[in-house]
Design a protein around this ligand. Structure first.
Ligand code: HMG
Length: 393
């Protein structure tokens, strides 16, 4: 197995829901000053799933452009990371596998560790490619972040899926072999099987995130990872975009700098443009930050960027990726911007209806109304089985 072989992300896309709730509209209901949302947590809007959208339809939507562009013949593994699982047994990726029309010679597995799961999937994918460089791996991160109404977390909801095609000699970015890890058993955010929404200790989760950043960074440095000054930018997991500011401030300070809000803002801004309009997308959030950076004006040819992945509970990893010289020719910038711009804005009452919407749990046949503008939809439930379909228009 060669560690010199360049392995990493060949192509990257994301998809989000058809509906959106702005924080201005939320503020009209909560009575909060909109500045708290816009500046305090750094959010403008959050994606809300239509009744016929879920983690399967989002993941298929994100992955379809990659399969359209590269074909599916060389894909040998599909890894889907999520913490919004729809089944305790069957991997959600199997539905995606069928919707994408992939051949049967593929292994499909679901991974979970809160928001960190997709980074585990990316590292597993890189390791698999190193054992057989002819294969490609489809890594999907798909989540719906849903908190209780009128809870502090409500303003940090969101939903999206990211898709990455991982392979040898990647066109977009190689993933460097050195990374820093940190694990700690902590109850900052969790969702027992019997709950639809998570339990969260908001303030504790902020501290846990920053503590994990310290731990992963120190592990990265002790393994001779690149020093901070060699990184052109750092993308962070963004439960809300202000968190990336707090994290970057911490990393600069840890490395002996005296950061100001302006220097932090300048460094982080190109990574937050998508997340401030999508909200928390759990496993996908870090990869939306990377997509935003790649799609930005920042020249990244040959540059190395840091990626900080955090999943409550908690596991964190600091890794680096080196952007390839011709990466711009692979970007999906226009499609990403279109996905955000064409969402339908919800009023607070329609958002409330969607928030309380539940699929039947008694197995009776149910057909979902057609709301999504996406290629794939959850058509309903039959005998406890989810029925997915490809839309015609
Ligand atoms: P809160 O109580 O609604 O808000 O909770 P707050 O009162 O702490 O205010 C938030 C910020 O807005 C503060 O800034 C205020 O000063 C500021 P800070 O002190 O933090 O710098 N503010 C204003 N700014 C401008 N104008 C104003 C104004 N008013 C106040 N008028 C909290 C916020 C994030 C805790 C809450 O939304 C929450 O619990 N969210 C969910 C948990 C979360 O996102 N944690 C993040 C770290 S854990 C993580 O990332 C993992 C996760 O993604 C899950 C997973 O791994 O699976 C969550």
């Amino acid at each position: 197995m060669s560690t010199d072989l360049p392995v990493g992300i060949h192509d990257l896309t994301f998809a989000t829901t058809s509906l959106v709730l702005t924080h201005d509209e939320l503020a009209r209901h909560t009575g909060a000053n909109p500045s708290k949302y816009h500046y305090g947590i750094g959010q403008r809007a959050m994606s809300i799933p239509a009744v016929d959208e879920d983690i399967v339809t989002l993941a298929a939507e994100a992955a379809a452009p990659l399969v359209d562009r590269h074909g599916g013949d060389t894909i040998r593994t599909l890894l889907l990371a999520t913490e919004s699982g729809i089944d305790q047994s069957k991997a959600a990726g199997i539905y995606v596998h069928r919707l994408l029309g992939l051949h049967s010679g593929v292994r499909v597995v679901e991974l979970k560790q809160a928001c960190y799961g997709a980074t585990a999937a990316l590292q597993l994918a890189c390791a698999l490619v190193r054992t057989d460089p002819t294969q490609r791996i489809l890594v999907l991160a798909s989540d719906i972040a849903r908190y209780d109404l009128d809870s502090p977390g409500e303003a940090t909801q969101g939903a999206a899926a990211a898709a990455m095609l991982v392979g040898a000699h990647p066109a977009l970015a190689t993933v460097d072999a050195v990374s820093g890890l940190f694990t700690q058993d902590i109850m900052d955010f969790w969702r027992p099987n019997y709950r639809a929404t998570p339990l969260v200790d908001g303030k504790k989760s902020l501290d846990a995130y920053l503590h994990a950043l310290d731990g992963a960074w120190h592990d990265h440095q002790s393994r001779h990872g690149l020093p901070l000054e060699k990184l052109r930018a750092v993308c962070y997991h963004q439960p809300f975009t202000r968190m990336a500011h707090k994290a970057h401030h911490r990393l600069l300070y840890t490395n002996g700098a005296q950061p100001t809000p302006e220097t932090v803002q300048q460094a982080v801004a190109p990574t937050t443009t998508y997340n401030e309009l999508v909200g928390n997308s759990y496993t996908a959030s870090l990869y939306l930050a990377l997509a935003a950076l790649l799609d930005s004006d920042t020249p990244l040819e040959g540059e190395t960027v840091g990626l900080f992945s955090y999943g409550s509970g908690s596991v964190a990893e600091f890794l680096t990726a080196t952007v390839q010289p011709r990466y711009r020719s692979t970007l999906h910038t226009w499609a990403h911007q279109k996905a955000l711009a064409t969402r339908t804005a919800l009023t607070y009452p329609t958002y409330l209806d969607l928030h309380s919407e539940q699929l039947p749990q008694d197995g009776h046949t149910y057909r979902t109304p057609h709301q999504t503008r996406g290629r794939y939809r959850l058509a309903g439930i039959d005998a406890h089985q989810r029925i997915y379909e490809t839309t015609t228009g």
